[in-house]
Design a protein around this ligand. Structure first.
Ligand code: CA
Length: 310
C-alpha cells in the first residue's frame, strides 16, 4: 500500500452554471474503471475501486491523502465490515481484506465453475448481509447472477440469468430491493424481507430511455428516490420509483460516470466515480477528467451505508 497526495477540491468551471456550481473533482488521477464508492462515516473516508487495475483506493476527505492497495485481481466493489476492514467482491470470489496488512481471506467462490465471470457491484443490507452480482467478462448474456452472503458466510443465489449485475439499493423502510441489470435498461423492484433476506415478487419500476446512457451504479436518498449513474450518458439521474419518472439530473463532464453514493457528515454530498477505459484520444481531449472521482451537492440526503456483519 502506498500513500499519495491528491490535487483535491479542484472546482470545475465548465458546463451549466446551476448544475455545476458545486461539482468538484476530489481525485483527478484517473481510474481506468473507477467503481464501487463506499462512504466510511466513522473515519470520513471514501473508498472506491479501479476494477481493471485491481486497486482499492481510500481517500481521507479532510487531508486529501489517498491510500491504495493492490488486490491482485479485478475487484468490483467493497463494503465495510462491522468488525473493521473490508469485504470485497472480486474476480475470483468474495474476500475479507485488511488495507493495512493486505491480508486476504476468501469466504465464498460461488462461480468457481465459471472462470470467465467476475463479481461486479455489491452492497450490504440492513441486517449485515453482503449482496453482490456477477457478469461475464466476455459479455455473454444471462451468465451472471446476484448472490447474498450472510454474516456466517453462507451464500445464496438470489437472482439468476443476470446479464451485467449492477446497481443495488434498498428502500428506506427495507421492504424493497431495487436492482439494475444494465443491458435491460430497467430498474427492477423486488419485495424484500429484511428478517430472512428473501426476495418476493418483482416488477419494473423504471424504464431508462437508451439516449440517457446505460444504467450502471445506483443509490437511494432518504425520500426513497433513486440516483443512477449512466455509463456513456454523461449524467447522474434521479428517479421516483412510485411513478417511474425521472425527476432530476446532474450533468457530468465525463462520458462514463459509473456509480454514486451519499457521503459527508450529513450524507448530503454525492460521491461519483467514473471510467477512462475505452476513451479515444479525441474523447480524452474533450473530457480530460474521464476516470476522476467527483463530489456533487445534490439537494438531497442519503441513508447510512450498512456494514457486513461477518
Ligand atoms: Ca458498475
Amino acid at each position: 500500500m502506498h500513500e499519495q497526495s491528491t490535487d483535491s477540491l479542484l472546482t470545475i468551471i465548465a458546463g451549466e452554471e446551476d448544475a455545476v456550481q458545486q461539482l468538484q473533482v476530489i481525485h483527478a488521477q484517473p481510474s481506468m474503471l473507477g467503481e464501487g464508492p463506499c462512504w466510511d462515516a466513522d473515519n470520513r473516508q471514501l473508498y472506491w475501486v479501479d476494477i481493471e487495475s485491481g486497486h482499492i483506493h481510500r481517500l481521507d476527505v479532510d487531508t486529501g491523502q489517498v491510500a491504495t492497495a493492490d488486490f491482485g485481481q479485478k475487484v468490483g466493489a467493497v463494503a465495510l465490515r462491522q468488525s473493521g476492514g473490508l469485504i470485497v467482491a472480486a474476480q475470483h470470489g468474495i474476500y475479507l481484506f485488511d488495507m493495512e496488512t493486505r491480508e486476504q481471506v476468501r469466504i465464498a467462490n460461488p462461480e468457481a465453475d465459471l472462470p470467465n465471470n467476475r463479481f461486479n457491484d455489491g452492497k450490504c443490507d440492513a441486517k449485515g448481509r453482503f449482496w453482490a452480482g456477477t457478469m461475464s467478462m466476455n459479455g455473454e448474456p444471462g451468465k451472471g447472477a446476484l448472490y447474498c452472503i450472510e454474516p456466517d458466510h453462507t451464500v445464496r443465489k438470489m437472482v439468476e440469468s443476470v446479464n451485467l449485475s449492477n446497481g443495488l439499493a434498498w428502500s428506506p423502510d427495507n421492504t424493497v430491493l431495487y436492482y439494475i441489470d444494465s443491458p435491460t435498461f430497467r430498474i427492477t423492484a423486488y419485495e424484500f424481507h429484511l428478517e430472512t433476506g428473501e426476495l418476493g415478487a418483482s416488477g419494473v419500476v423504471a424504464h431508462i430511455p437508451e439516449n440517457l446512457g446505460t444504467p450502471d451504479g445506483m443509490t437511494i436518498d432518504a425520500e426513497g428516490k433513486l440516483w443512477v449513474a449512466h455509463w456513456g450518458g454523461s449524467r447522474i439521474t434521479r428517479w421516483d420509483p412510485q411513478t417511474g419518472r425521472q425527476i432530476g439530473e446532474i450533468p457530468m463532464p465525463v462520458s462514463k460516470p459509473t456509480c454514486c453514493i451519499f457521503g459527508g457528515d450529513a450524507l448530503d454530498q454525492l460521491y461519483i466515480t467514473s471510467a477512462r477505459i475505452g476513451s479515444s484520444d479525441e474523447e480524452l481531449a474533450a473530457q480530460p477528467l474521464n476516470g476522476a472521482v467527483f463530489r456533487a451537492q445534490p439537494d438531497a440526503s442519503g441513508l447510512p451505508a450498512h456494514k457486513f456483519g461477518g
